[in-house]
Design a protein around this ligand. Structure first.
Ligand code: 5GP
Ligand code: MN
Length: 335
């Protein structure tokens, strides 16, 4: 029904929603769908609940994204409430679009989930597969299942490739399958420029970002017995160095690179008195999505997850240190 409606002659009003602080996969998947559904003559809007990182400004179509603000919230509300279909892209729970969730709840549009996170909430149409390495793969399958692969042009292919590249850590992560590379190959056949994309995605550092990293590395603690490491950045670090959330990207992986470490945790205080954002990464069998879900109202994937804590930064770390011994046996058997 969805496919025949979308492939049919009647124009539909469609709203595409990636998750808060959209990453390369959320943006790439959403922009690819924006181009694709517009090619099918639908009336499509891509709305982001928060700002996106400046590093993605070069993406095709990015200027078409409507970013939520106090000024345009009535317009956005109207678009969401009056749409026929709403696509939820690269997230599985409406808590991940904090500025838009109420509009979504009051909209009578059919909701279509396209996502690869485990344990999704249920929506009208589900394209959910936690086994795939990126939501971009599900968008490719979506287009393929409608027999429309010929509609993938260089721009769509670029967007999907960005999703693949970023969510697989540049084709490194264990979630990669032959399908990942099969699709990458099909996208390359559309004429995309792989090394240009790679260069554009390479993060450009300014000096302060490196200073912020140095603070995090100075604060890094290794819990040898638990094969675990953790560190933090607080609001005063950000203020002193004029840095933003996006400047902390990648900090968590340094600890994970230490020999015999399989669990890395990063505590992030963006603003004083706001919840602490916590990121988790692991190697091998230690499932950080379960850990995030059980203790920090979060979730994610087996080896990459996140959550929040309402406690202060130091109390959050204390709490973390108090629960880590419970994981001793699963940490030592995962190495
Ligand atoms: P990051 O550490 O990069 O913020 O998030 C890593 C992964 O964890 C994301 O791709 C997402 O799947 C998941 N994640 C991060 N924060 C949250 C959260 O607050 N709730 C849930 N359910 N998942 C999260
Ligand atoms: Mn993703």
């Amino acid at each position: 029904m969805l496919f025949s409606n979308i492939n049919g002659i009647n124009k539909k009003k469609i709203v595409l929603l990636p998750h808060d602080h959209p990453d390369g996969d959320a943006l790439g998947s959403s922009l690819a769908l924006l181009f694709y559904l517009r090619k099918l003559q639908h009336n499509v809007d891509l709305i982001s609940s928060t700002e996106y990182s400046k590093s993605f400004q070069w993406l095709p179509g990015i200027k078409d994204i409507i970013v939520f603000s106090e000024k345009n919230k009535f317009l956005i509300r109207k678009k969401i409430e009056n749409s026929d279909y709403i696509f939820l892209i690269d997230f599985n729970n409406i808590s991940r679009i904090k500025n838009l969730r109420n509009f979504l709840v009051s909209s009578r549009a059919k909701k279509v989930l396209i996502d690869h996170h485990p344990h999704p909430s249920y929506f009208d149409f589900m394209f959910s597969d936690p086994k795939v390495s990126a939501t971009s793969i599900l968008v490719f399958r979506f287009i393929s299942n409608m027999n429309n692969l010929n509609k993938i042009d260089k721009e769509i292919a670029t967007c999907l490739y960005v999703g693949l590249m970023t969510d697989t850590g540049f084709f490194r992560f264990p979630s990669i399958t032959s399908e990942t590379h099969f699709i990458a190959g099909k996208l390359i056949e559309k004429g995309i420029h792989v090394s240009n994309i790679y260069n554009l995605l390479q993060e450009k550092y300014n000096e302060n970002r490196l200073k912020l990293l140095s603070k995090a590395l100075n604060r890094l603690r290794v819990l040898k017995k638990y094969h675990t490491t953790y560190t933090s950045i607080d609001a005063s670090d950000l203020n002193i160095l004029s840095c933003k959330k996006e400047d902390t990207e990648g900090v968590i992986y340094y600890g994970l690179g230490i020999e015999n470490i399989i669990f890395s945790v990063f505590f992030f205080e963006e603003k004083i008195k706001e919840p602490i954002k916590i990121s988790f990464r692991s190697k091998g069998n230690f499932d950080v999505s379960l850990f995030a879900r059980k203790h920090f109202k979060g979730g994610g994937h087996k080896n990459a997850a996140g959550g929040i804590s309402e406690k202060s930064l130091s109390e959050s770390i204390k709490y973390f240190l108090s629960i880590i011994p419970d994981y001793y046996s699963s940490l030592i058997t995962s190495i």
